[in-house]
Write a protein that binds this ligand. Structure first.
Ligand SMILES: *[C@@H]1O[C@H](CO)[C@@H](O)[C@H](O)[C@H]1NC(C)=O
Ligand SMILES: *[C@@H]1O[C@H](CO)[C@@H](O)[C@H](O)[C@H]1NC(C)=O
Ligand SMILES: *[C@@H]1O[C@H](CO)[C@@H](O)[C@H](O)[C@H]1NC(C)=O
Ligand SMILES: *[C@@H]1O[C@H](CO)[C@@H](O)[C@H](O)[C@H]1NC(C)=O
Ligand SMILES: *[C@@H]1O[C@H](CO)[C@@H](O)[C@H](O)[C@H]1NC(C)=O
Length: 244
């Protein structure tokens, strides 16, 4: 068992070894990542394609070729989900992708065999995002004492890969509150008339504002407003009890 396992390891090493040699013999470059909105057309491009080369291949993953071009022949588009939506620009090696979707996100590889026979490789990472939907903002208010209230403010979008940023009427909120849900304690001196949540990904953003309608400009109307809450919340509860 033990020796068989060793054999297996050896076989694995032999399998891995050529890749390792290959990886070190190819000159590699990384291009800056590309972010795109789903449904748009995107161009993956490298900055310094050699003037002359023998062969050029775009890969979706190291295992999946998209298109290959060899000197004095037509580009060969491989059978893949990209077949009908990509085009190779022979003047600069750029890959144009039509109508990109989230699942097209990947680190694409462009491998070029130069006239010397040496290979050179470029990596271009593409991230595709859906437009951010309009967030749903909600405020829950708890009374702490006669002058302070505890607010739980939440901003929800179905898509999780977003960043949140909050503004109150006094300006942007501190960094530690830039999350989907946060709590603040407010008094009459520092309440805000509204809270705005902006959700964003690298290519789109959307925002919603929730007014803090119960709180007004003075401590007095602050109390009046809370009487209104009392009426809204307590009265139906009491009548509910009476009716049951
Ligand atoms: C109300 O609660 C806040 C926060 O706990 C506290 O800072 C403040 O002194 C309290 N005010 C009164 C009038 O009790
Ligand atoms: C906010 O307060 C609620 C209770 O009112 C609590 O359940 C929640 O964990 C708190 N959230 C944060 C981010 O502190
Ligand atoms: C608002 O003021 C109260 C005291 O009145 C303080 O406890 C609270 O931290 C302040 N809240 C904010 C968001 O600055
Ligand atoms: C969120 O913000 C960080 C820092 O600004 C940024 O690196 C990251 O790409 C953002 N994520 C999204 C989904 O927008
Ligand atoms: C939100 O998107 C608009 C374009 O739709 C852009 O001009 C603006 O800079 C974006 N804001 C942020 C904070 O990313």
């Amino acid at each position: 068992m033990c020796s068989r396992r060793r054999e297996w390891c050896l076989a694995l090493e032999l399998l891995l070894l050529p890749h390792w040699f290959l990886a070190t013999s190819i000159q590699g470059h990384s291009e800056s990542p590309v972010n795109a909105l789903s449904g748009r057309n995107v161009r993956l491009q490298i900055s310094n394609l050699p003037d002359k080369y023998k062969k050029l291949t775009w890969f979706y993953t190291p295992e999946q070729k998209i298109v290959e071009y060899e000197e004095s022949s037509e580009p060969n588009y491989f059978k893949s989900k990209f077949k009908d939506k990509v085009k190779l620009d022979l003047t600069n090696g750029a890959l144009d992708i039509h109508n990109v979707q989230k699942e097209d996100s990947s680190t694409y590889l462009l491998r070029v065999v130069k006239v010397t026979g040496n290979e050179e490789e470029w990596r271009v990472s593409l991230k595709v995002f859906d437009p951010v939907p309009k967030p749903v903002v909600d405020i829950k208010i708890q009374k702490v004492n006669n002058s302070c209230y505890y607010l739980t403010i939440s901003c929800v979008v179905p898509d999780q890969s977003v960043n949140y940023s909050w503004r109150a009427d006094s300006g942007p909120l501190p960094k530690e509150l830039q999350t989907s849900v946060f709590n603040v304690t407010i008094g009459p001196q520092n309440y805000s008339k509204f809270y705005t949540c902006e959700v964003s990904n690298p290519v789109s953003n959307s925002s919603s504002t929730v007014p803090v309608t119960l709180l007004h400009d003075s401590a007095r109307s602050f109390r009046v407003a809370w009487t209104a809450v009392w009426l809204v919340v307590i009265v139906p509860t009491v009548s509910g009890l009476l009716w049951n």
